[in-house]
Design a protein around this ligand. Structure first.
Ligand SMILES: [Fe+2]
Length: 236
């Protein structure tokens, strides 16, 4: 069965570092560490390991990374029911190449703000989930930069750089960089967005609309890893 290749992950992170720098955003030093550096890192870095900070590159099991995938960097996060990691919030940076989307999903517990930071526009498609977890036909409201807006199922909210929308738990969402608006780097249009949310538990709080989605897919090791993903840190 075809799998996400390590070479694609390495390439994506190197390009993401370049895009982030281009947009004038800075990353903490551990964003540049190699797997060898992580082997030497002691228990003082346990928050990074336990709360899954750092790089997150996935194709959601699609085998079509260019179209269905995501490249993220988690700066901060807590861990539910763990008094050692009491942060009640999380922050991620999303590197959005045009034509790449994450699959539609909702969260049982996480509430998130999606913020378009730099580059082009972000389009956010929203639908309320019913009690059965399926799309509901009801109209609903959302907060866009503090303003209440009324939406119908499947409506798309356009975020220009600086704008944001709040996505409450139980809201099916999918968002992506609007084609033709991203800032071209190496021939691809990029937009940078962030997610500020309550604690993020990517193992159990993502309900995908398609049953075949895998949040952390198996990786084909076609070359050596240049970085550790957030679920790959070696144990101390
Ligand atoms: Fe989400």
């Amino acid at each position: 069965m075809p799998q996400l290749k390590r070479s694609d992950i390495n390439k994506s992170i190197i390009l993401a570092q370049k895009v982030i720098e281009y947009f004038g955003v800075y990353l903490p030093s551990f964003a540049f560490w190699t797997p060898e550096d992580w082997k030497k890192a002691g228990s003082e870095y346990d928050e990074i390991r336990t709360c899954m900070l750092g790089w997150d590159v996935t194709d959601f099991g699609s085998d079509d990374f260019k179209r269905t995938g995501r490249i993220l960097f988690t700066f901060r996060n807590g861990k539910l029911n763990n008094k050692n990691y009491p942060k009640e919030y999380a922050e991620k940076l999303l590197i959005d190449p045009e034509y790449q989307r994450a699959p539609a999903h909702f969260h049982r517990s996480k509430r998130e703000d999606i913020i378009c930071r730099r580059g082009g526009n972000i389009l956010v498609q929203l639908t309320k989930a019913g009690a059965d977890g399926k799309p509901s036909p009801e109209k609903f409201t959302a907060q866009k930069d503090g303003r209440t807006i009324l939406l119908s199922p499947g409506d798309i909210v356009r975020l220009r750089p600086g704008e944001s929308v709040n996505i409450p738990p139980g809201t099916i969402h999918q968002f992506w960089g609007e084609e033709g608006t991203g800032y071209k780097i190496d021939g691809v249009g990029f937009t940078l967005s962030s997610e500020i949310s309550s604690v993020c538990d990517d193992w159990s709080d993502n309900i995908f609309m398609n049953d075949n989605v895998v949040r952390f897919p198996k990786i084909e090791e076609d070359e050596d890893a240049m970085f550790c993903l957030c679920h790959e840190y070696p144990k101390v």
